[in-house]
Ligand binder design. Structure first.
Ligand code: AMP
Ligand code: GLY
Length: 424
């Protein structure tokens, strides 16, 4: 079967690598892909947020039998609906289900209505009313722009002045564009965080191995929020008791809630969770694979990914047994100097002699004049498996040192946090 993968980051490189291993998959196309993906797939230069253009391209390429939509924007814009309406088999939630990520106001209301544990909150669409609330609410407080904002529309405010300034930036100065027309003001929760992703066809939900992201740019969770600077899998504190609690109180109620709302979710549902003193709570939902979570999850997957994708499309996920490797996986993101703010592109990347068992997931890379150069803020994910997180971590850092580009920086502490928290 020939497959089109929509997206161009490290996540998509990991998906393409996993599909390449499937005996069911022949040729892979990637829209738009990057330098690493280009070694495994034919790159297609179409803007994937132009959903009509993507539909036309798939119509014209009759050999493409299946399309995987990975990024949040085309999902929120309805690319899956567009392709399905033209008769193409497609992986990902439809627009009316992708809203679980695209609108924080929607997801908070859903959780309130169906008793799914999450932080207390209020939603505002008027600045003056929001300001009055923030003038007296408990501090610290969390402000969230309603719409998609590249993972940057969340402000953790430790003082009231910060909260009032942040609110003004979101609602009046439109720092996150129209995403800030509505703002969710949320209770500040404390505890370790875990990304619990799951495959679901709307009837059955099958959790993946867990992982932990590092959103801040600098060591010890300092610096600005980014798209994610590294991950490890599994989460050390996530044992059987927690898994059962999450399945019963969060995962199953969520797919039932979406069905009850007439918004059946088919695809990958990502639960961003926090272990609080009152139990596991939802911090956010995403309607897709995480980035860079996917780069540590898929190397741990033993089952054929294409088989899982097709079972979801055909709503027979209950028939597939999903198996995971033992041990652990770590992904370290190498970023351009300046990211997540201004940074330069077009820097040549040299790779050195990378160990055979290390997986490179290209994110912001391109080929220019026969050379691999940087083309984004997050440039590469250096990933490795090991018997445990420490072993994987050592392998990753030893190999990261062999890679160079002007301005390259990375966190030195990926794989360290949460190691002392008891597993339960
Ligand atoms: P989000 O984009 O919703 O994942 O938020 C980004 C990050 O902000 C999360 O990974 C958390 O670390 C933090 N965060 C979000 N909501 C809360 C909250 N209610 N309490 C504490 N931290 C939060
Ligand atoms: N790593 C967080 C996300 O994919 O949204």
């Amino acid at each position: 079967m020939n497959v089109l993968v929509v997206g161009n980051g490290g996540r998509e490189h990991a998906i393409v690598q996993a599909l390449k291993k499937s005996p069911k998959v022949d040729k892979i196309y990637a829209m738009k892909g990057n330098a690493g993906i280009g070694e495994l797939a034919e790159l297609v230069d179409v803007d994937y947020c132009d959903i009509k253009a993507v539909g036309d391209w798939v119509d014209m390429h009759k050999d493409v039998e299946y399309t995987v939509v990975a990024p949040d924007d085309p999902l929120a814009l309805g690319l899956v609906d567009e392709l399905e309406s033209r008769g193409h088999r497609t992986f990902g939630p439809r627009k009316n289900a992708a809203i679980i990520e695209a609108s924080k106001a929607f997801s908070k209301e859903l959780m309130k209505k169906y008793n799914i544990p999450t932080a207390q909150y209020e939603t505002f669409s008027e600045y003056e009313t929001a300001k009055k609330y923030v003038e007296t609410c408990e501090i610290p407080v969390v402000l969230k722009a309603d719409g998609l904002a590249l993972g940057k529309g969340v402000l953790i405010c430790m003082t009231r002045d910060e909260a009032l300034d942040g609110l003004k930036e979101m609602m009046l100065d439109k720092k996150f564009g129209t995403a800030g027309n509505k703002v969710v003001v949320e209770e500040f929760l404390v505890g370790p965080e875990v990304s619990a992703l799951a495959f679901t066809d709307g009837k059955t939900i099958k959790p993946m191995i867990t992982s932990c992201d590092h959103k801040r740019a600098l060591d010890n969770d300092q610096g600005l929020n980014t798209g994610g600077m590294g991950t490890f899998s599994p989460a050390p504190f996530y044992g059987e008791k927690t898994e059962k609690e999450v399945l019963e109180k969060i995962m199953l109620p969520t797919i039932r809630a979406m069905n009850a709302e007439g918004r059946t979710f088919k695809g990958v549902l990502y639960f961003g969770l926090m272990k609080t003193k009152d139990g596991m709570k939802v911090i956010e939902y995403n309607a897709r694979f995480g980035d860079p979570e996917t780069q540590v999850i898929l190397p741990m997957l033993k089952t054929d990914l294409m088989e899982i994708f097709e079972a979801i499309t055909d709503e027979r996920l209950d028939e597939v047994e999903i198996e995971w490797n033992d041990g652990a996986c770590v992904c370290l993101v190498l970023a351009s100097g300046g990211y997540p703010e201004k940074y330069e592109k077009g820097k040549e990347i040299t790779f050195g002699d990378i160990d055979d068992d290390v997986i490179l997931c290209h994110a912001g890379t391109a080929v220019k004049d026969g050379k691999v150069v940087t083309s984004g803020g997050r440039v590469l994910g250096v990933c490795a498996r090991g018997a445990d997180i420490e072993e994987a971590r050592k392998k990753v850092y030893a190999n990261a040192e062999k890679i160079h580009f002007d301005g390259m920086y990375y966190r030195k502490d990926i794989g360290i946090k949460y190691r002392d928290i008891a597993k339960e």
